[in-house]
Design a protein around this ligand. Structure first.
Ligand code: SF4
Length: 250
């Protein structure tokens, strides 16, 4: 598992961005996250060590652009070069989450076709309104590997109309950090049930800092948010029929 952030900084675009951790971290370091900058290790996927080996080892999943959004407008001048890095490493899997799936069409390279095999795009939906807007676009988009991220989950969300065999996984979780908004376990369980019915893999990633279960409120420290979610034991594996092959036409 590796991280690659070709640029840093972002613009808030929807309710899920309210307590964005990039803004929070930058504030702590006296920086302004609304200013997007190109990072020094922009070409990290293509960099080699003294022996000539790639610094990012073959087979790694590369968490891409997690301090920004890969489809951010302010990054338009740099994206073609980022695609070149991605094209140059077919042996890596580039995993990116976006709230800007509506910009995909204008941001993909000329040879994108039905999507690159080494790119997994995760569409973030935090509430019903954003699910209804983003998921029809996401479903129709040419992407080889797709998943949905409901985090921070801000209310009960009905995903069933958009769950099909092309969605490899749904992940969900609450919000962390000071001022975190509530996540109710019933909302998480509802998503898990929807995934079970649709045959989609599901992962309860983290509780968030303010978690309600059976009507009782819990304040959960950051270090326990992932482990508490795991303890719930509600994750679902992808049924073999979908898992086999790993490639699906959109
Ligand atoms: S899109 Fe993501 S990185 Fe950008 S402001 Fe929103 S939460 Fe932060």
């Amino acid at each position: 598992m590796a991280a690659w952030n070709p640029w840093h900084g972002c613009q808030k675009i929807s309710a899920g961005c309210e307590n964005c951790y990039v803004y929070r971290m930058d504030r702590q370091h006296g920086r302004d996250a609304s200013q997007t900058i190109r990072n020094k290790d922009f070409d990290l996927p293509l960099r080699r060590d003294r022996k000539g080996n790639f610094k990012l080892l073959p087979g790694e999943t590369v968490y891409t652009c997690f301090t920004s959004d890969f489809f951010l407008e302010q990054a338009d001048p740099w994206r073609e070069e980022a695609w070149e890095c991605i094209r140059g490493r077919p042996d890596l899997l580039f995993f990116m989450a976006t709230k800007r799936i509506d910009r995909l069409e204008q941001c993909v390279p000329a040879d994108w076709g039905e999507g690159y095999e080494n790119v997994h795009i995760c569409c973030t939906v935090e509430n019903q309104d954003r699910a209804a807007y983003r998921l029809p676009i996401f479903l129709a988009a040419p992407i080889r590997h797709k998943s949905i991220l409901c985090e921070p989950l801000l209310e009960a969300v009905e995903l069933t109309p958009w769950l099909n065999e092309n969605i490899e996984e749904v992940a969900a979780g609450g919000e962390s950090g000071p001022g975190a908004r509530l996540c109710d376990y019933d909302w998480i369980l509802s998503l898990q049930k929807q995934c079970k019915a649709a045959g989609t893999a599901f992962c309860f990633r983290q509780t968030g800092a303010l978690f309600r279960r059976n009507g009782r409120l819990y304040r959960i420290p950051r270090k326990h948010q992932h482990s508490q979610a795991r303890k719930a034991g509600i994750d679902l594996a992808r049924p073999q029929a979908f898992a086999a092959g790993g490639q699906h036409e959109s």
